[in-house]
Design a protein around this ligand. Structure first.
Ligand SMILES: [Zn+2]
Length: 384
């Protein structure tokens, strides 16, 4: 017997509006297409906004790392004693990360990247729990998964933990075997990783997009065989901007006559640098230096408020310097080399826009990624 209805949501990280329009993808299953404004920041801010409908200042997740005196990662600070050749070797760091993940029991997405171990004394991650499950946010903001649980809607979710092909194979089997299934959210980071390394190679990008499209079309066909009605959403969290310039911002800051740690703390994300100050002289020197650079801009508190990323306790930074679209901080704590593409620039830049594609026309126009939550909730029958 066929199930009455099912909603299939395919969350394709980094499938930007511009890219999706250029490649005219997913039109067969989701012909209604909406350009969406993303949030300022990275996937660790945008994904929670899609899942909760709340802005980062409400759900509490903005940058991956925030400053705190009670970091749960503080034990890692002792690793700063490792000889530099060892402590900065990617294989060693990957092994330490794997051990830490097993030992800590943290289920959220995080990574140590190239962050100096000493900084973990004062920096912690905000995504401690799996956000693709209920009760994920310390702020108490409910997500689509809390709504599904509350309304007892049978659902399944696939996350970054499962490789692309395996997720779709498991989804296919579940569609055949679980007649009660009513809502599916399948997230994939495959395209994001691919675009970071290959953006600009249009033929390779076309092949990557089509490979995901084929899997989606097959899953939708399978859902039609087992369901009376199938609602399809294909959406993203942000786009990808080709890298055009690099700037050694760390060197700029280190060239000032200031003492890191005692005068200021800095965190170098790939498209942002965030600062905390111990005294006014340090603040003035850094502000003066950054104000003279043409590679980016200092974000005023009014802008941070407008973007929904203002935090009263300034845990994510007392001062935020945002790079111009295409210009990366290199080296940064995210990497020693520049990837071919990056996201996390101004949400107003065309390459930053996300997309929501739907099998049905949507009203009102879901023009922001937070609207994806409302659409998912309505289609799931989990309240409006
Ligand atoms: Zn990415």
């Amino acid at each position: 017997m066929k199930r009455d209805r099912i909603t299939l949501c395919f969350f394709i990280d980094a499938l930007g509006w511009e890219l999706a329009e250029r490649h005219r993808c997913f039109e067969a299953v989701a012909p209604h297409r909406y350009r969406q404004r993303t949030v300022l920041g990275y996937s660790c801010a945008a994904q929670p906004t899609i899942l909760t409908g709340a802005m980062p200042s409400e759900h509490g997740h903005w940058a991956m790392f925030y400053r705190t005196e009670r970091s749960e990662l503080a034990v890692l600070k002792h690793l700063r004693m490792l000889p530099p050749a060892l402590g900065s070797h990617w294989r060693v760091r990957r092994q330490i990360f794997k051990l830490h993940k097993r030992w800590s029991g943290l289920t959220g997405y995080y990574n140590f990247y190239c962050i100096p171990f000493g900084l973990f004394a004062q920096f912690d991650i905000c995504e401690k729990r799996n956000i693709y499950a209920p009760e994920a946010f310390e702020s108490g903001v409910p997500s689509i998964f809390d709504d599904l649980e509350r309304e007892a809607v049978p659902y399944r979710a696939w996350t970054w933990r499962t490789p692309l092909e395996q997720s779709f194979a498991e989804l296919g089997d579940t569609l055949d075997s679980d007649a009660d299934l009513r809502f599916v959210l399948l997230y994939t980071a495959y395209l994001d990783g691919f675009l970071h390394a290959n953006i600009g190679d249009e033929a390779a990008v076309e092949t990557a997009i089509r490979s995901i499209e084929r899997l989606v079309v097959k899953a939708v066909e399978r859902a039609h065989e087992t369901s009376e009605k199938v609602d399809v959403l294909v959406f993203s969290d942000h786009g990808m901007t080709p890298t055009t310039r690099e700037r050694d911002l760390m060197r700029d800051v280190h060239s000032l006559e200031l003492a890191p740690k005692s005068d200021y703390l800095a965190f170098y994300d790939s498209t942002m640098a965030r600062f905390w100050f111990s005294n006014n002289d340090a603040r003035k020197e850094i502000v003066d230096m950054l104000s003279g650079l043409s590679c980016g801009t200092i974000l005023e508190s009014g802008q941070l408020r407008e973007e929904g990323v203002w935090f009263e306790d300034e845990r994510f930074g007392e001062l935020v310097f945002l790079m111009n679209p295409g210009t990366l901080v290199v080296p940064s704590y995210m990497g020693a080399k520049a990837p071919k593409g990056m996201h996390g620039f101004s949400p107003d830049h065309p390459d930053s826009h996300a997309i929501l594609m739907s099998s049905e026309e949507l009203e009102p126009d879901p023009g922001h990624i937070r609207d994806t939550y409302t659409v998912m909730k309505r289609l799931a029958g989990a309240g409006s």
